[in-house]
Write a protein that binds this ligand. Structure first.
Ligand SMILES: [Fe+2]
Ligand SMILES: [Fe+2]
Length: 298
């Protein structure tokens, strides 16, 4: 009897996708908090009660509310006050930052990223995304921040496969003059952006985040949220390159289509590069998204 043997590419792709399928859903408490944040009638007390069910999130919220960036002179020790100081939009970013901190701080051996390096890149991208959104008068600054923060989370699920095929990936990138994500697509049939989009979908995140993550390298392919994907694409290109990482081999230039989507001409990009120079110091390791250095990032 004929036994079907899947080709190696298919086997790898199945193993990669199985990780997403087997992923635990986001805790119910997080969904409750995110739902509450979307309802204008939610009170600060209700939100504080929901946040109090998660210890790490409580600490994170208080830390963010005490950040000098917010400009309060007296410390804040109650969750209700923290919620009021931050406001719903910033609180949404704080919740996502709390969720992403541990996983994104992991060491990714395949990508050549030491502990904290992906976190550093993610926060820097998020801060640039918020700044770009501000300069371009994009309505939702915190949306841009969150999309920037989560854009590369697919790398967490691809790292072990990149490690196994590291030399072939590097060779492919050099020979074909392609980026990491394109080499991933060739090697595995999926890249970290699409994989990240699947993770966001599995976690029931709003479709704007699913699209911005999935298409952060190809924003024109997004169905509805091309602008958000384009903002993340340009923000990603602003972050400093670490020559020891796989991404360091990459040009990491903004996709010209992202510029077109945002109607940015070279002069407009210059304005953004100006913002980059102002906020050069933002990609410090472990930088808190609401630290005083965030002031110039706006
Ligand atoms: Fe990426
Ligand atoms: Fe990135």
């Amino acid at each position: 009897m004929y036994a079907y043997t899947p080709p190696p590419l298919c086997e790898k792709l199945n193993a990669i996708l199985a990780q997403v399928q087997n992923l635990q859903p986001l805790p119910t408490s997080i969904h409750q908090i995110l739902r509450a944040l979307n309802k204008p009638e939610t009170t600060a007390k209700e939100l504080a009660n929901l946040l109090a069910t998660d210890q790490a999130l409580t600490a994170h919220t208080l830390h963010a509310a005490n950040s000098a960036f917010l400009g309060y002179s007296s410390p804040c020790s109650s969750l209700i006050e923290a919620v009021m100081r931050l406001g719903f939009n910033q609180l949404r970013s704080v919740v996502f930052t709390g969720l992403a901190l541990n996983p994104l701080s992991r060491r990714l051996v395949g990508y050549g990223l030491g502990a904290g390096a992906l976190w550093e890149h993610s926060v820097a991208t998020a801060q640039y995304a918020r700044k770009i959104a501000q300069v371009l008068h994009y309505a939702e600054l915190e949306e841009a921040y969150i999309a920037g923060l989560l854009h590369d989370m697919g790398k967490l699920f691809l790292d072990q496969f990149v490690l196994e095929d590291y030399h072939q990936i590097v060779q492919l990138m050099k020979e074909k003059q392609i980026s990491v994500w394109q080499a991933e697509e060739v090697m595995f049939g999926i890249d970290h952006a699409r994989l990240g989009g699947l993770v966001a979908k599995k976690w029931d995140l709003p479709s704007k985040f699913v699209e911005a993550i999935q298409y952060h390298h190809l924003p024109s392919f997004a169905w509805r949220y091309k602008e958000l994907g384009a903002i993340v694409n340009i923000a990603n290109s602003f972050t400093p390159k670490d020559s020891t990482s796989l991404a360091g081999l990459d040009g990491r230039l903004p996709n010209p289509i992202a510029m077109e989507i945002l109607q940015l001409d070279p002069y407009g990009l210059d304005r953004l590069w100006g913002s980059k120079r102002e906020s050069k110091c933002h990609s410090r390791r472990n930088v808190h998204p609401y630290s005083p250095t965030d002031r110039s990032a706006g």
